[in-house]
Design a protein around this ligand. Structure first.
Ligand code: PLP
Length: 432
């Protein structure tokens, strides 16, 4: 009898730190959706937060600037980005964000917030250093912390509190190894906008524990609540607050990979750290030059007006959000906190015991051709396993159709479970 040859151990193994940077950023189902599409299936994609993919075009001034500057985009720029572009970002922060001291040397440009988040964490963290990250929150922050050898410590934000942080718990989580506190506002995935009081309290925690604030404000221009966006840095003038933003969301050009980080701080603070950041920025030579040239145009008054119109009645984001709210209100098995900013809905599903949002999302793709991200990808709390994150970017008819599919599948899952004798609330919702 001949025995089958044993498979040889694969000699190429990935670095262990990659496992520490595990994330579900694009969701586990993206690959499967791609294959289904390749086989001709039409998928309603409410997965990735890419406005351009839903045909929401960039402001005309930005498109024009891109075309005009094409010839200038062949070379590298300075390591931190082109001086004139950094000056435009600094001016934006001084005149529109109420941060008077900011100059071009406080600004670093990068290939999206994604690259700058990695560089700024790499420059800060030693192995074992801890970073407080919102839970739920955008998983890039905990993934990069792990990749840099740090430990992401999730601080809970619960639905009962409007997805705002529990300050008592947060304070208890800050310890001797904690170096930084990440804030995302408006929040991906919950759509919450944290008010100035909450931001002030977070600044207080950073102050008490000597933490660097990392404020991811990439959705600052996408709000449905009255009043201007309040930057965290304005409430923490005595601390180093790194404020992140870019063109991927409000300007709808994520493919340009254009972002900035602004170091807001009292004079003289964090010099060595910021030199280390510049040194890491030099290692990648320069950010994408074409993306940089779009930034001054994106921060011009006409482009900002154009962006603001998106969230006003009649605007694409306003209409998609309204369609999502109306459609969710028709589904008794869905409940969703008001979406105050960004372009995501994060509804809770009244799932039968034992069925997770992961299971549900998989069936939703395979049987109903709708792609969403299960809530568990955004944090560690068990409660997230009953949530889905959906973008509110698609035209209203598509958004409505997607929620109808979700409602139908939910009914189907619940009645299957009831037939199997499982504990379920019956056709109506079991939400209190
Ligand atoms: N931060 C948050 C909260 C995000 O949601 C995203 C993308 O979805 C990013 C950062 C990454 O943005 P960028 O395209 O600038 O890398």
């Amino acid at each position: 009898m001949t025995s089958l040859p044993r498979p040889k151990p694969d000699p190429v193994r990935p670095a262990r730190r990659v496992a520490a940077g595990e994330h579900g950023l694009r969701g586990t189902l993206t690959g499967e959706a791609r294959e289904l599409r390749a086989r001709g299936r039409r998928i309603i994609d409410l997965g990735l937060g890419d406005p351009a993919a839903h045909g929401i075009s960039a402001p005309p001034t930005v498109e024009a600037a891109l075309r005009q500057r094409l010839d200038d985009t062949r070379g590298y720029s300075d390591e931190a980005g082109h001086l004139s572009v950094r000056a435009a970002v600094a001016e934006h922060f001084r005149t529109r964000r109420g941060l008077p001291g900011i100059g071009p040397s406080d600004v670093w440009l990068g290939n999206g917030v994604s690259e700058l988040a990695l560089l700024t964490l790499q420059a800060l963290l030693d192995p074992g250093d801890e970073v407080l990250v919102p839970d739920p929150g955008y998983p890039m922050w905990s993934a990069y912390t792990g990749l840099c050898g740090g430990i992401a410590v999730p601080y809970p934000c619960t639905e009962a509190d409007g997805w705002r942080p529990d300050l008592d718990v947060l304070t208890r989580l800050a310890g001797p190894r904690t170096r930084a506190l990440v804030v995302i506002n408006p929040v991906n995935p919950t759509g919450a906008v944290w008010p100035p009081e909450t931001l002030g309290e977070l600044a207080g925690v950073a102050r008490a524990h000597g933490l660097v604030l990392f404020s991811d404000e990439i959705y600052d221009g996408i709000r449905y609540v009255p009043g201007p966006h309040v930057p965290l840095a304005a409430l923490a003038p005595d601390l180093l607050c790194l404020t992140f933003g870019g063109l991927s969301k409000f300007c709808r050009v994520p493919g340009l990979r254009a972002g900035w980080v602004v170091a807001c701080r009292p004079p003289g603070v964090a010099r060595a750290y910021l030199d280390a950041l510049t040194s890491l920025a030099a290692l990648r030579l320069s950010p994408n030059t074409a993306g940089q040239y779009a930034i001054p145009a994106a921060l011009s008054a006409p482009a900002l007006r154009n962006a603001a119109a998106l969230t006003a009645p009649g605007g694409a984001l306003h209409e998609a959000r309204t369609a999502a709210r109306t459609a969710m209100a028709r589904q008794p098995g869905l409940r969703c906190s008001p979406q105050e900013g960004a372009f995501y809905a994060f509804p809770r599903l009244d799932l039968p015991a034992g069925v997770t949002a992961d299971d549900f999302a998989r069936r939703l793709l395979r049987e109903r051709s709708v792609l969403v991200v299960p809530g568990g990808h955004f944090g560690t709390a068990d409660a997230l396993d009953a949530h889905l994150r959906l973008t509110t970017l698609a035209p209203p008819a598509e958004t409505t159709a997607a929620f109808e599919q979700i409602g139908d599948l939910l009914d189907e899952v619940r009645s299957e479970h009831a037939e199997e004798g499982g504990a379920t609330a019956g056709p109506a919702s079991s939400f209190p």
